[in-house]
Ligand binder design. Sequence first.
Ligand code: ZN
Length: 506
Amino acid sequence: MRARTRTGLGVLAAGVASVLLAGTASAAPAPGAPGVGDSYYPNAGNGGTDVLHYDIRLTYQPATDVLAGTTTLLLTATQDLSRFDLDFALKASSVLVNNRPAQFTNQTGNGELVVTPAQPLLKGQTATVVVAYSDTPSTEKVDGINAWKKGSFGALGVDEPQSSAWWFPANDHPTDKATYDVTIEAPDDNVAVTNGTLVRTVKSRAGWTRWQWRSTKPQATYLTSFIVGKYELNQSTTPDGKPFITAYGSDLGDSLYAAKASVERTPEIDAFLATKFGPFPFEAEGGVVTSGITFSLENQTRPTYGARNFRAGSNTTLIAHENAHQWFGDNVSLGRWSDIWLNEGFASYAEWLWSEHEGEGTVAELAQYTYDSNPADGDLWKLVPADPGADNQFDNAVYDRGALTLQALRTAVGDDAFFKILQTWQAQKGGSNGRIQEFIALAEKVSGKPLYDLFQTWLYTAGKPAVGPNGAAPAAFTARSASVAKPKSFDQIQANHRNLAAEHTH
Ligand SMILES: [Zn+2]
């Protein structure tokens, strides 16, 4: 090993020297683990690397479903690495690490691209990794699953908990968030949409246009969207000056106006949510409505909505749900997938908040009706929201019982402390990750109340809690002998949750 003056190799030489001086018996760099250690998805993410930035430059031809180009990862080694994995379902054609050809093995069937750099990476070293590829995403499966959507609507890389593997190599776990530059070239009669701001469009060659997008805030891989197809694209500005970009599939038919009447209100809804959760965390807002999915997903800055959600008319509670995720899920992301309550319980609670704001049923009414209308032996009480299992991450229990838990917390600590807890969580964890236990600890600290029993009852124990979410004898309901009347928004919110739970890859 020769000493060099260039930064990267200088770090390498210094690292070796310190190891020799310390006299350590064995300091051989080890392979990075194939996953971060998430029990729900053992291969998700990778050990030993922290991605700072993705630069994705692709050409996509919808007619053939061929996706080709390069992704450059700027990453830091968090341990000495003889080799490392990236999560990727497509076949790579070449890999460079710090400008030198690296050996690589495509394990597309289990979604791992195993990279052995010409020189080991040392802990703390930053590296550029350039992966070139050309493949047909609809033909590649990971553990038997293909999350790529292809049809008359074009193509979508939109899914949870994984979708990035079908269009860019990544450290695919919410704990490794990064910034993005995404450039997609598509035929002229298509649009290419992803997150953040649209930097520019360029007529790249005859019949083709390049769409250049940028995300400047830390963004999880599963929240990064690939959308190419025939859409109406609208660009405007929110009242507080952010880019507001929406897109509507050209095939929405009768659902188009209902979709617009909902999604175009996003800035109003985000402004409302900001009064509850704190400032909107990102640089842009928007939404995409497509016939290519039935569910909806909280892609950062620009959620993607399944068109069927607007078939029966406008659906602003769904807009409130996906945009509440901009705070709960996107700004503060999961530490482990078992923490999914931190996403879905809070986004579902936001539907109730918005309903109350719209005069369609108060939070207390919706919570009480949800509690009363689910009998003790019903499905809602069978799962434990704090750890529902990988197959039940999007079960209604995570959504409805999850929201009930928050109402029970609000009842216990009062309005002021409740919203202070939510806003403090955002302020402390924004741009990063959180775990359920950390949230509980914060709730106890902010409220000054012991809350172990409450969370044990509502989140960690199966069975219907004996006392409802509004307390033992809520004043609003004591006048009635039977349950409260069904709030106007109840059925719509339930339909939202059924659609949100449907057709995820897991
Ligand atoms: Zn959700």
